[in-house]
Ligand binder design. Structure first.
Ligand SMILES: Nc1ncnc2c1ncn2[C@@H]1O[C@H](COP(=O)(O)OP(=O)(O)OP(=O)(O)O)[C@@H](O)[C@H]1O
Length: 664
């Protein structure tokens, strides 16, 4: 059992941070070589397996983490390196490096990924040479992104989404993800950069930052060792995951809506699930029985083995040294401290492979050996010694024979198991073939349906074309109508401008009002007013009629330019509209659901802080320690209710301790 190893890296202060802090003083204080604290956050001390200060180089990180991870993968263990930390803390710099292109092995700023590639292929060349051709290696790379709880295949030109599946033999895997065989570091790096480029392109087109998603580069390393005599092959296979996580800062709901809300809810979900999984695993390491909710997020489900499973796991906790980021730095270190308590059970993933006759021959050989050994006592070989087989204090041949017999029987059992396994594998392959055939059939059916549709469209098109002879008549009719329209338009333009009439109307109206005010001709006024209104109305009607007529005559079919496919456009349009509305409703509902999940997650997290705080408070060693706990817990809580509850708990604690001055 190995604990997850945690490496902390402090990046140099950025110019922005300096402008904000107005000091170069670091928020992180070194207590000893591998122990740090954040005094402004009054944290406890944090001890890690390695702590790199601001001048820690890319080479240092590789020597401490990358090299060890590659070595374990070469032995057949699964390995994972996570880069964790707030946005801008240096995760990508640590994993990938300072630049977006590979400038070769002399580039001192290249990150862990290119360095791991170089080291891995160096070691492979060494091993292949040392074995004199008996060992052969195969490496395949896949690269995915987890964004909004969907998995995108970054090596697929269409960046299709994939599903995670579980299989008895393969364990957890990304179904249908692109796997590219890589033969040297340059090839591996160019595959990695291709995926990184797709990630940037999709991030830009979707108007989001790459730090809002997790990326996982998966390297499958397989070694095949040919055994000398029996033609069997030993296969070792390990999965090396290099994970660049989304920024770890807790997403706030305030002023967030639409896509951003969904994004925030999902990042929150996967990071808080990661936190919950780690908490449960820590409890398990402390002897408690807990269910671990790996399936609550894609990230934790995919990396299940890396957390409390069959993997050698390293976490690099990246932090900023700035005072303005001290709370986030403290939160990252608390996360890393908890993760360090998780214990993994890494085992070498190996298997024997040979065809069934080879395995059967092996069994036959073993059976013969057993039969020979069984025959030993009857042929009198055992009787050579005396004293129950003990000769001069050492085992007599009979005991040796029985030990050999046991060994041979044990090997027989192993071989039988192998045979069984190969049978199971065979049936699994049969299943896969069946599934593939099924898929092919479905694709064929879809293709047939599409061909039918195409035929239908073609026949409709040719119907329309077949009616084309009428085009002449239509065309002459068309011309006549066009002339009519232009005549009407002329007539319309010959009419006095409608606005002029209205204006005149208004003037007359005003004049009449004036006259009315001067004389007592009220009746005449009313009549004139009415008649003027009638004239205006008639003018309006005439105008409307004329415009309508022009518009109706303008709808003349242009028979020379019939679009290729017109069928049922309005129906499709209507359906599409309905579909859009339904999709919109679904999006709204999903958003609501995400929002609720986010709120629930946030509330649960808050209550966890309250519970943890109360637990720590009960065990506080001094009033100062208690004051720290009260303050830190309050900083971590987001919701009002939990804050209120924490205030009450703190007040009760303070009054019961009767140390109000220290704790206030
Ligand atoms: N150790 C370091 N030395 C020098 N510069 C660094 C170091 N770490 C990070 N930087 C610089 O800090 C900036 C932010 O780093 P980076 O992009 O790696 O952060 P990040 O944690 O990956 O952010 P995000 O979550 O947004 O992806 C970059 O300009 C990077 O070059």
């Amino acid at each position: 059992m190995d604990n997850i190893q945690v490496f902390m890296r402090i990046r140099p202060l950025s110019e922005d941070e300096y402008r904000r802090d107005r000091t170069t003083e670091s928020a992180v204080r070194f207590v000893s070589e591998n122990t740090v604290a954040i005094p402004t956050q009054r944290t406890e001390n944090f001890t890690f397996d390695f702590v790199g200060n601001e001048s820690c180089t890319q080479r240092d990180v590789f020597e401490a983490v990358g090299k060890r991870a590659v070595e374990r993968c070469m032995q057949g263990y699964n390995g994972t390196i996570f880069a964790y930390g707030q946005t801008g803390s240096g995760k990508t710099f640590t994993m990938q490096g300072a630049r977006d292109e590979f400038t070769g092995p002399d580039d001192e700023l290249r990150g862990l990924i290119p360095r791991c590639f170089e080291y891995l292929f160096d070691r492979i060349a060494q091993e292949e040479q040392r074995s004199g051709g008996n060992i052969k290696y195969l490496c395949k790379a896949s690269y995915i992104e987890i964004y909004n709880e969907s998995i995108y295949d970054l090596l697929d030109p269409l960046m299709r989404t994939c599903a995670i599946r579980e299989d008895i033999k393969k364990g957890i895997f990304v179904d249908g993800v692109t796997e590219e065989t890589v033969l040297d570091p340059t090839e591996a790096y160019s595959v990695f950069m291709r995926g990184t480029h797709s990630r940037h392109v999709s991030a830009t087109s979707m108007n989001r930052e790459s730090s809002r998603s997790h990326s996982v580069l998966m390297l499958m390393i397989q070694s095949m060792t040919q055994t000398d005599t029996d033609g069997l092959t030993e296969i070792r296979e390990s999965m090396f995951n290099l994970v660049d996580l989304a920024g770890s800062e807790r997403q706030k709901l305030a002023n967030t809506s639409g896509m951003r809300l969904k994004e925030a809810a999902n990042i929150n979900k996967s990071l808080s699930t990661l936190g919950n999984v780690i908490n449960s695993l820590v409890d398990i390491s402390n002897g408690k029985s807990r269910h671990v909710n790996y399936r609550d997020s894609k990230l934790t489900f995919l990396l299940r083995d890396s957390l409390g499973g069959n993997s050698v796991t390293f976490i690099i906790a990246n932090v900023s040294p700035a005072m303005c980021n001290d709370a986030e730095t403290a939160s990252t270190l608390r996360f890393a401290q908890r993760a360090k308590m998780i214990r993994n059970k890494a085992v070498v993933n190996h298997d024997m492979q040979g065809n069934v006759p080879q395995l059967q021959a092996e069994i036959q050989k073993l059976k013969q050996q057993i039969a020979q050994l069984r025959g030993v006592p009857t042929t009198g070989t055992v009787a050579v010694g005396s004293n129950n087989g003990i000769v001069n204090g050492s085992l007599a041949p009979a005991s040796v024979a029985s030990r050999e017999q046991q060994l041979a029987e044990f090997m027989l059992v192993l071989a039988m198991r192998k045979l069984g396994e190969s049978e199971r594998q065979k049936s699994r392959y049969a299943e896969i073939i069946f599934e593939l055939k099924d898929k092919v059939n479905r694709t064929k059916r879809q293709a047939q349906q599409q061909q039918l549709l195409l035929k239908l469209y073609k026949s409709q098109l040719s119907d329309i074309r077949a009616n084309a002879p009428e085009a002449h008549t239509l065309s002459s009719e068309n011309n006549a109508l066009r002339e009519e329209v232009s005549a009407l338009q002329q007539a319309l333009s010959a009419q006095p401008d409608f606005t002029d009439l209205l204006f005149e109307n208004l003037q007359l109206h005003e004049e009449l009002e004036h006259m009315y005010s001067l004389s007592s001709l009220s009746e005449a006024h009313a009549k004139s007013k009415q008649s003027l209104e009638e004239v205006a109305k008639d003018m309006q009607d005439a105008q409307r009629l004329l415009t309508g007529l022009v518009a109706s005559k303008s709808h003349i079919i242009d028979v020379d330019n019939i679009p290729p496919i017109i069928p049922d456009d309005s129906v499709y349009g209507g359906l599409e509209e309905q579909l859009k509305r339904a999709q919109h409703d679904i999006d709204d509902l999903e958003l609501q659901r995400d929002k609720l999940e986010f709120q629930i997650g946030s509330i649960e997290e808050d209550w966890d802080y309250v519970k943890d705080g109360a637990h720590h408070l009960a065990n506080a060693s001094s009033a100062e320690h208690a004051a720290d706990i009260i303050e830190n817990t309050m900083d971590s809580i987001v919701g009002d209710q939990a804050r209120q509850a924490w205030k009450t708990i703190s007040a009760i604690y303070i009054s019961s301790q009767r140390k109000p001055t220290a704790l206030s």
